[in-house]
Design a protein around this ligand. Structure first.
Ligand code: NAP
Length: 248
């Protein structure tokens, strides 16, 4: 048995933690290598792309991979499709480990949009003060709306800076509602723009926006291929046991 975990999320790391204490299960963790100082898993890992679905299928054949867990980020657009294609080509089972989306609560002022162009349109024409947490690689879209002020937070520093009327922050989750409130008040934020990533590590900004009565614009997740899906690492471990016909 050899499990390949496509990582990039806390859920992937949680599954690696469960496998680390079960050395009888051979597993390899794969990271794309986008983050400069990634959180490394406690099991064997590799870093970097495979070269598309064909490259992934070839790597899995060479390494005799028997099951694939796609635990990439909900906004990773391509890897899920590559994974589905490569698993089908090799005839091995595949599972999606995907955390649930955030849902609006009472009093929330959420606008859900398909992409950043729609998010900009939802901002309107009056200059707004926006807390922007959409990821380093997607900030540039907001250069098309320079009338707004942006507080842009990323894990890694953004260089060159794609926005002019902006304050830049680098930090890594988890965050607290109290800390997020302080930050939003300090920068007189009136709107939060973020992706509907789900998960508890970055949810505090939504709690803070609710407490302060701020508008929230969320981009919705891209489509994923159809496959068996679970939300938690333990359920993924149960699936691994089931498809290999073993007790855990
Ligand atoms: P993507 O569009 O799905 O993937 C682009 C390419 O990156 C893939 O075609 C693949 O290259 C490589 N790749 C992606 N995930 C990989 C993995 N786990 N192991 C090895 N190669 C991988 O994904 P993305 O949006 O660029 O995100 C890249 C990574 O960052 C993902 O692992 C994702 O989970 C994580 N992440 C993404 C976001 C986000 O908002 N997009 C946020 C947090 C974390 P090849 O075709 O060469 O194999």
């Amino acid at each position: 048995m050899h499990i390949l975990i496509l990582g990039g999320t806390g859920e992937a790391n949680a599954l690696a933690g469960l496998l680390a204490v079960r050395p009888a299960i051979k597993a390899t963790f794969s990271l794309a290598g986008r983050t400069r100082a990634p959180v490394l898993p406690p099991i064997a890992y590799r870093i970097g792309g495979f070269g598309g679905a064909q490259g992934l299928a070839a790597w899995m054949r060479e390494q005799r991979v028997t099951a694939l867990v796609n635990a990439t980020h909900p906004f990773a657009r391509h890897m899920s499709f590559n994974a589905a294609q490569a698993a089908a080509e090799n005839g091995i089972p595949i599972l999606s480990l995907l955390r649930p989306e955030w849902q609006p609560g009472e009093g929330d002022q959420w606008t859900q949009v398909a992409n950043h162009e729609e998010a900009i349109a939802a901002l309107g024409f009056m200059p707004r003060r926006v807390f922007l947490t959409v990821g380093r690689l997607e900030l540039a879209a907001y250069a098309n709306a320079p009338e707004h002020f942006y507080l842009a937070r990323t894990i890694d520093e953004v260089e060159p800076k794609p926005l002019r009327n902006a304050v830049w922050l680098t930090s890594r989750a988890p965050f607290t509602p109290e800390g997020e409130c302080r930050l939003m008040i300090e920068h007189a934020i009136d709107t939060l723009i973020t992706k509907n990533s789900g998960g508890s590590a970055t949810e505090a900004k939504l709690v803070a926006a609710r407490m302060l009565g701020l508008s929230v614009i969320l981009t919705q997740r891209p489509a994923r291929p159809d496959m068996e899906q679970v939300e938690h690492a333990q359920a993924a471990l149960d699936w691994i046991a089931r498809v290999h016909g073993m007790p855990l």
